[in-house]
Write a protein that binds this ligand. Structure first.
Ligand code: G1P
Length: 272
């Protein structure tokens, strides 16, 4: 069973400045709700029971967003008949019970974020999601968990991207492709066009085996001086651990860029 989800939230959000100089990118609103809540809803619908948020200590706003009971109690006391207000508080309280915080004070990469969660990981596999990769219309985490149950293996969400953009993504090589999945035999973080084994990119959803922790412990820094989860996955594949690509059906929106963020507002308001 996949019950835990790690959500790295220590990124600087430089592609979204100046907005991110005051608001973390995961709290930027999309049609009235922060990006992060869409991710949490997707996970809860897929059966996740616990979230591990990896945050920097000096950025308290994410904690404050979910843990600000005093503030809510004070206004609820003042506005006793405001039903909507109570509903909002209940929504936040529901998340509160499910969230644990782990600290990563420097943005040292997704691999480092996972390593910081090691003492909280209970099951053999866990989910990791990158909060700026929104997937709408079809629950991607749910699809991945179903594939994981079938294959009893690690899973990575993937999508075909424009060949000209491969150097922006983690790129997968594969065999045994069907309409919705394939067996991964190669993975390279941000390859050049000539290095890229295909144009299937990793999109921010991973079902990872807990044993990846022991690989991460000894892993050297990769591209940009960060500890990438992609490099640890490559080591595991070389050690014959099976990873499948889940070619998801939903619609992907890259909320880490200004164009993508604007697009997410348009697409999500259309959906509702
Ligand atoms: C990260 C991953 C990359 C993946 C991408 C998806 O890159 O390292 O493998 O393809 O997310 O959004 P980043 O967006 O942090 O540069």
């Amino acid at each position: 069973m996949i019950k835990q989800a790690i959500i790295p939230l220590a990124g600087l959000g430089t592609r979204l400045l100046p907005l991110t100089s005051v608001i973390p990118k995961e709290l930027l609103p999309i049609n009235g709700k922060p990006n992060l809540e869409y991710i949490l809803e997707e996970c809860i619908d897929a059966g996740i029971k616990q979230f591990i948020f990896v945050v920097p200590k000096n950025r308290p706003s994410i904690k404050k967003y979910f843990f600000n009971d005093k503030f809510y109690k004070k206004i609820i006391k003042k506005k006793k008949n405001d039903k909507k207000l109570k509903q909002v508080f209940q929504r936040i309280k529901k998340y509160q019970k499910m969230i644990k915080f782990v600290y990563q004070n420097k943005p040292e990469g997704t691999g480092d974020a996972v390593l910081k969660c090691k003492k909280y990981l209970k099951e053999k596999y866990f989910l990791m999601l990158l909060a700026d990769d929104l997937i709408i219309k079809k629950n991607c985490s749910k699809e991945m968990i179903a594939l994981h149950k079938k294959k009893r293996s690690a899973i990575i969400a993937t999508k075909k991207v424009n060949i000209k953009t491969v150097s922006r993504w983690g790129i997968l090589g594969f065999t045994d492709k069907t309409k919705n999945s394939f067996l991964i035999n190669k993975v390279i973080e941000k390859p050049s066009r000539s290095e890229a084994p295909s144009n299937f990119a990793i999109i921010g959803r991973y079902i990872l085996p807990k044993k990846i922790i022991s690989v991460l412990r000894n892993q050297k820094r990769g591209k940009g001086g960060e500890i990438h989860i992609t490099d640890a996955i490559r080591t595991l594949i070389q050690k014959r651990e099976k990873f499948f690509g889940n070619i998801f059906k939903g619609k992907y929106i890259d909320c880490g860029t200004l164009d993508g963020y604007i697009d997410s507002n348009l697409k999500i308001s259309k959906k509702n």
